[in-house]
Design a protein around this ligand. Structure first.
Ligand code: H79
Length: 597
């Protein structure tokens, strides 16, 4: 009897280990997850679509203007009553030029591999035919077509993976749905759990049942999710409807999701395995023609290359207009990236992250196939002397080609680099040219992490930093170069949103040290008041209020405390505190780490 019991137990444990079901929110091995994530990991580039009743408005309603740049927030920002929004705005949504085929084709031609659309945003209005709530495009608007049906079919025709965004925590229409801070209409009152169990559960069931394969589920506003236990247990059941679906981490609660999301912030480093950056083209997710802060096509292309080189995905947002057309500027940017992808896509899809810490000319990715490796070099700064040096590369190079040309290049192995010669005088692309080096042996490099000097000092400077930036408010840090050195200036061009006092800019450094030890941290900074709170983070975050050094040109050495570093690679981060006036008025020249004996 006993033996039988043990046999069964062992057998059950074996099943757990080897037949772990695939699927988000379920126990699975690293390898099963990798298989489930494969298409996503290879894709690198996707289209986010924010479209709904709000797309008819240009940040203005009945003479009142939104301060918030996000058009899709207009109902909340201007506190439009529930019934009025439903009749005056949702009830008039009639996007007569909507053409799902055209959208999918545009995404495909831009080189995108997946698409995620707002099936229901915070305003509660669904873009699909729903039996759970009549507040949807088929039952409550003159358009009467199931946009999600048409678009999911179109995506399949073009071989794009189809994903759904669904706002599960906030809902400003259905009773019980959340609104940040306060609800403004008594129609919104109700119990959140009941709302979740009826509207959310019902509608997500519809989405995952009625539209064929749904590859990705994008929850939003996880922090607001009120009853995390209820959300967790229902979501766990829901995703079983699509066993291989990939889920983002914004449900809230204990379910972590399959990847990390970065919203409107371009990271300088990733700290986890699967990552996705979502970014608007101007400052709004939904159509907002009066906002002309369009990011340039070059900037967007470099963002795609940068995120790919970090090993993540770029989900670029499009806000179609009230008629269902993409903005001209967005079409132009997509075409620009698509043209580049047709020539250089091999350096993006299915690649691994840049193995180097930092390259002087741009970025890199790689693809391995058995003993063979293709190393792709993304060149932003085209060399004038027709030569390019790849510092830290120690391999023999079988061939070097400039993608999109038939120029044959020569390579020469040096002590700690490879030199490529014979480059054309003119760059092959105005923003990013790609060289591919074929290597037929295991990759052998010195990645170039920051290392301690003979006296066990580490020096962190603007020129060896990686940056995290928030481009939507033009918060791009400037590095001022003097003839002696360089410093990070104020985040000068920042137009702070009144609600977002922290710009989110960060500087990171990766240091490689031979053995574990404690270090004293000394920053050389200039400040003009004593309100500057900064943070310095190795494993733990330390918060420091900088003293007034006596002016923006007076640099002084200030102790930031002590950190403990582990053997190997450590990521160190310097950032501002929570208030705008902190980091904003700091100039940073360098950070020195001195080993404590
Ligand atoms: O769908 C897009 C955004 O609408 C959504 N996520 C992306 C993908 C999003 N929801 N919330 N947020 C973004 C950030 C919310 C910021 C807030 Fe506020 C600060 C909410 C309340 C204070 C912005 C400023 C909205 C009202 C004032």
């Amino acid at each position: 009897m006993k033996i039988k019991f043990i046999t069964i137990l062992v057998w059950l444990m074996f099943c757990q280990l080897f037949f772990a079901q695939t699927g988000a929110y379920q126990k699975e091995t690293k390898a099963t997850k990798a298989t489930r994530m494969q298409w996503y990991q290879d894709a690198r580039f996707g289209m986010f679509i924010h479209w709904g009743a709000y797309s008819q408005l240009d940040g203005e309603y009945k003479g009142k203007k939104q301060k918030d740049p996000k058009g899709e927030w207009i109902m909340r920002n201007l506190k439009i009553p529930v019934d009025e929004y439903a009749t005056e705005i949702a009830g008039k949504f009639n996007p007569k030029h909507f053409d799902a085929d055209k959208w999918a084709k545009t995404a495909k031609e831009a080189g995108m591999k997946y698409l995620v659309i707002t099936t229901k945003h915070h305003d509660g209005f669904a873009l699909f035919d729903s039996d759970v709530s009549d507040y949807n495009i088929v039952d409550a608007s003159p358009f009467k077509r199931d946009v999600i049906k048409e678009l999911s079919d179109a995506c399949r025709r073009y071989g794009l993976k189809f994903g759904v965004y669904y706002s599960q925590a906030q809902d400003w229409h259905h009773p019980g749905g959340l609104a940040p801070k306060n609800r403004w209409d008594k129609k919104q009152n109700g119990d959140w759990v009941t709302y979740f169990k009826t509207i959310v559960k019902g509608q997500v069931t519809e989405l995952l049942s009625n539209y064929g394969e749904v590859s990705l589920l994008w929850w939003d506003s996880g922090r607001a999710t009120q009853n995390k236990k209820v959300a967790d247990s229902i979501a766990k059941e829901l995703v079983k409807l699509q066993p291989t679906i990939i889920v983002n981490p914004r449900l809230g609660g204990n379910l972590k999701g399959d990847f990390n999301t970065y919203e409107q912030v371009i990271p300088g480093v990733f700290t986890k395995e699967y990552n996705e950056l979502c970014l608007t083209h101007n400052r709004s997710w939904s159509y907002k023609p009066s906002d002309d802060a369009w990011k340039s096509p070059e900037f967007l292309l470099k963002t795609l290359v940068h995120i790919t080189a970090l090993g993540g995905n770029f989900l670029f947002n499009v806000g179609p207009n009230q008629d269902g057309e993409f903005p001209e500027q967005t079409l132009k940017a997509l075409q620009y990236i698509g043209d580049w992808m047709k020539v250089n896509g091999a350096s993006i899809y299915g690649t691994q992250a840049n193995p180097f810490y930092k390259l002087p000319f741009g970025e890199a990715t790689l693809k391995t196939n058995g003993q063979k490796t293709n190393l792709y070099l993304h060149i932003y700064n085209w060399p004038k002397n027709q030569k390019l040096s790849v510092p830290g590369l120690k391999n023999n190079i079988v061939s070097a080609t400039l993608l999109g040309t038939n120029t044959i290049l020569k390579t020469k192995k040096k002590t700690n680099s490879v030199e490529i010669t014979g480059l054309p005088k003119e760059k092959s692309h105005p923003a990013v040219s790609v060289l591919v080096l074929e290597i037929e042996e295991p990759l052998h490099i010195d990645a170039g992490f920051i290392k301690p000097s003979a006296s066990e000092e580490l020096l962190l400077t603007p020129s060896n930093a990686l940056l995290t930036i928030k481009p939507q408010f033009d918060c791009i840090p400037t590095i001022v170069k003097t003839n002696k050195d360089a410093y990070f200036d104020n985040w000068k061009n920042c137009i702070p949103h009144p609600r977002f006092k922290n710009t989110g800019n960060k500087a990171h450094w990766k240091v490689e040290i031979p053995s574990k030890g404690n270090y004293k941290v000394i920053a050389t900074v200039a400040t003009q008041n004593n309100r500057n709170v900064v943070t310095f983070q190795a494993k733990d975050k330390v918060k420091i209020t900088l003293p007034n050094t006596g002016g923006m040109d007076v640099f002084k050495r200030v102790e930031l405390g002590e950190v403990s570093l582990k053997k190997g690679i450590n990521t160190l981060t310097f950032a501002g505190g929570k208030k705008m006036e902190t980091w904003d008025f700091v100039r940073l020249k360098e950070i020195q780490l001195l080993k404590i004996q």
